[in-house]
Design a protein around this ligand. Structure first.
Ligand SMILES: C[S@@+](CC[C@H](N)C(=O)[O-])C[C@H]1O[C@@H](n2cnc3c(N)ncnc32)[C@H](O)[C@@H]1O
Length: 308
């Protein structure tokens, strides 16, 4: 399975900052983090961090620690080159702070816009969704008291999420498009176990995971990704896809069912597993309400929330 880091790096950066599906994922993640009370004072881990977009989001949100992990040395090199605030970092968490504890610029993509909260999600097991939680509930976080938090230092580590060293404990882990790179069931379960082992009891895992079953009925081309083929092999079908950058970039990932992710989380010792549909940013001149309504009918991904 290929995520072609050596050729994809800068073009993935382009896709991340312009593709609509990615804007929706960021909006979804921000909503969930804000609903948890933000990340100020938390020890946070960003898995499959790529070039560090979400790691920087956590750091700017006032996390005490923000650690990004990726298997790709090239992506980690790009992440380190971006510092704490990258040029294309527009999304901002509520209560975010800049590098020296100053208020961070609030950009267009964040849910600090007074948008809806991340409530109303369904749960796979009757467990809680990401709403209603507090930062403290996420495992010993500092309360939000209005005082500026010092900006976190960011650490980056080249490692396989299925074989993480002990780096924590952490209060919160994010994993935006990690689990779909698990090549087989044993790797998928190892990822969840490895993450659980690095979280404090009561800590949270927020993961953006692909929705299965859309190909070939659904065309996500207007949103920045195209699935071109499905190959039945191994524990989960292999999807062949393209990021629709100029030029496009081929990549492959596994089409796990949400039930596979939930099973792996429970087996790893997570006590609750919840699901929320993807949220979309406010309509604007470039992407109107009809555009986002069509996307919400069958979005690329969902938010999975697990409690350690
Ligand atoms: C589509 S990118 C997402 C990057 C980032 N989460 C974001 O949203 O910008 C997927 C990333 O997963 C990384 N990855 C794939 N398998 C991994 C593994 N087993 N452990 C850690 N990272 C992995 C890849 O190197 C790549 O950077």
């Amino acid at each position: 399975m290929r995520f072609q880091h050596h050729t994809i790096g800068e073009r993935f950066v382009a896709s991340k900052s312009t593709a609509a599906y990615s804007a929706a994922d960021t909006h979804t993640l921000l909503g969930a983090l804000d609903a948890l009370g933000g990340v100020r004072g938390l020890d946070t881990l960003d898995l499959a961090c790529g070039y560090g977009y979400n790691t920087r989001l956590l750091a700017r949100g006032g996390a005490r620690r923000a650690v990004g992990v990726d298997t790709s040395e090239e992506m980690i090199r790009l992440a380190r080159a971006h510092g704490v605030i990258g040029a294309d970092d527009v999304a901002t968490l509520e209560g975010a702070v800049g590098p020296a504890g100053t208020p961070a610029p609030v950009g267009a993509g964040g849910s600090a816009d007074g948008g809806e909260t991340a409530d109303g999600g369904e749960t796979a097991d009757g467990g809680e969704t990401a709403d209603g939680g507090t930062a403290a509930a996420a495992g010993g976080a500092a309360p939000r008291d209005g005082a500026p938090a010092p900006a976190a230092s960011i650490e980056y580590v080249v490692a396989d999420a299925a074989k993480l060293p002990q780096m924590g404990p952490f209060d919160l882990a994010t994993a935006v498009y990690l689990f779909n790179y698990a090549t087989d069931r044993s790797a998928l379960h190892a990822m969840f176990r490895s993450i659980r082992a690095n979280l404090r009891d009561g800590g949270r895992l927020l993961a953006i995971v692909p929705n299965a079953g859309a190909f070939p009925q659904v065309d996500w081309s207007p949103y920045g990704v195209r699935i071109v083929d499905r190959v039945h092999e191994g524990d989960a079908p292999l999807l062949k896809a393209q990021f629709l950058t100029q030029p496009s970039v081929d990549f492959e990932f596994r089409e796990w069912a949400h039930a596979d992710f939930a099973e792996a989380a429970v087996e790893a010792g997570f006590s609750t597993v919840g699901w929320q549909p993807n949220r979309t940013p406010p309509a604007d001149g470039a992407r109107d309400e009809a555009y986002w309504t069509a996307y919400r009918a069958w979005p690329i991904s969902s938010l999975m929330t697990c409690t350690a």
